[in-house]
Ligand binder design. Sequence first.
Ligand code: FAD
Length: 617
Amino acid sequence: TTEIKNREEGYWRLSKLSVPVDMDPGKDVLCISDGLLQAIAKVLEFPVASMLPPEAFFIVRKSFDARKSLKEPKFVYTVDMDVKKLLNMEPRTWDFILKLEPRLGLREYLPHRKTSSDVITIINDNNQIKGYTGSTGDGHAISSETIHKVAFPKKPKIAVVGSGPSGLFASLVLGELGAEVTLIERGQGVEQRGRDIGSLVVRRILQPESNFCFGEGGAGTWSDGKLVTRIGRNTESVQAIMKTLVYFGAPPSILVDGKPHLGTDRLVSLLRNFRRHLQGLGVDIKFGTKLDDLLMENSRVVGIKTSDNHKLAYDAVVLAVGHSARDVYQMLHRHGVELVPKDFAVGLRIEHPQELINSIQYADLASEVCRGRGRLPVADYKVVKYVDDKDFGPSTSYGDTSRSCYSFCMCPGGQVVLTSTNPSEICINGMSFSRRASKWANAAIVVTVSSKEFKDFQHFGPLAGVEFQREFEKRAATMGGGNFVVPVQTVTDFLENKLTVMDVPQSSYRLGVKASSLHQLFPFHITQALQQSITTFDKELPGFISKDALLHGVETRTSSPLQIPRDKETFESLSLKGLYPIGEGAGYAGGILSAAVDGLYSGFAVAKALNLYHDDI
Ligand code: FAD
């Protein structure tokens, strides 16, 4: 009792609060409902839920849990309880609360909870860097109290190449810290890029520099916009990114939603706001401008040569080009920059009718989804299986490998899209709009591959993984017969190694599909791994193997096939001074959030290297 009295200023975090679907206001509504108060009262063992003051509770996280092991799906909340606000309750109630201390169980005490007003952000009202607490990547903490911008007689000039999440956040930090930043992007701004993607989808015209991979916002713009990451949702860097996205127009619910999602429509307007902010900081954004070469002096980058034949001098070059910039990899290789092959994953994209996935996941509650307008989120799934090559018969020529096969980049209510940047190659991915209202659910089903499997491509040196990807993209284009037609096969045929040309289910892919023998596309062990895993996934998600499920080829660009080694603290390339490789293309991120975080860290690292700020520590 004494202890809790001393904690009158603090918060208790209450987690795993379950609210049944019929007592919850639904997926998009964040309020302290009667159902949630009842769940809180249950955890607190407080007898009368209606006596709890709603203003004492703040929703930290809301998710929908539809795991098969549950009797029925439910909403699950994490809530912070403000002890001070509870003190306003009538005395007998407070006496009861005081007795809670020994039964903390699911509750965590937070003496210094961050409230929404002091949550970290990279920008403050005066557009100055403020209050970013976290680490620069070298584990060194930075906060508003410790950062002091340095007034330069001459600002350092930095080129950031690539306007994907990593390049944008690096530009933001560097711009806020006072560098003279030029952001160079081979693709177009979102307005023109939207038109280019439109003419690809409607008239089959692929602009090699403005497409689903290249252009403002990077590969993540015409995407599903899932904001999930394995680097920890609550880390301060991830929170800083999320707050910044909200600042630029993302809905604040992404800060609380257990599976935050933006959708292409929201990303486009958000990116426009991001661009205006960068321009306000003096960042010079050059769309339709490609980095063609690096200029070097004394083994150091001193500038870049662009596609419009300009030679521009810079103090540092931040390389944020993503993993589809194969020409950049080649250019780096030519200059002797160290590139190290790394593992990635390849496979196929499976598409089901969304209603089927809703009913597999939600059973009788599936009707509550209503194509993105209902109370329940459009259903998704995540499956994984570990397989061993030894199970498939004689050893492969490179030896046996244990590998995982898993669903990746699942897009509920989405569509399959073409992410090739070259007409002689086919690779695909998935995107969606914010409502996720389409009739289809798609996800990549991929198998990990390691560099020892790229043996046939060894003469390409560290680019062997790129050539491995390209080989299957070319095979897919040939199977499709050209004109961006995608090869497809029903799951049932794929499992039985046969091809039925009739009765191919409909696909969301807009440029046409052709029934093909996808079981012959990959080497035997990859096909076997996919077949075995899909069979297991059906046990977890009964109905996953269905005559309506269609596999599309080919999914190859799950992550970068190589890494550009860099210093852990300074982020500078280990083989070329003045070059800072960042984001997914450099092998340091996978997905929108982790790429953005890498951009944030690298922004601070480059700023520190160029003495743009100093700190008190
Ligand atoms: P990129 O976003 O690839 O950006 C690199 C930029 O550099 C591009 O704009 C490119 O045009 C530019 N560039 C390349 N070469 C040059 C050059 N020579 N000169 C000038 N500019 C150059 N991730 C998620 O987390 N959630 C999702 O829902 C999701 N869905 C996706 C859907 C699709 C269709 C695709 C393709 C990807 C999706 N991803 C998703 C992955 C995500 O988009 C990437 O992980 C992320 O964008 C990587 O960020 P990046 O900044 O490292 O590189």
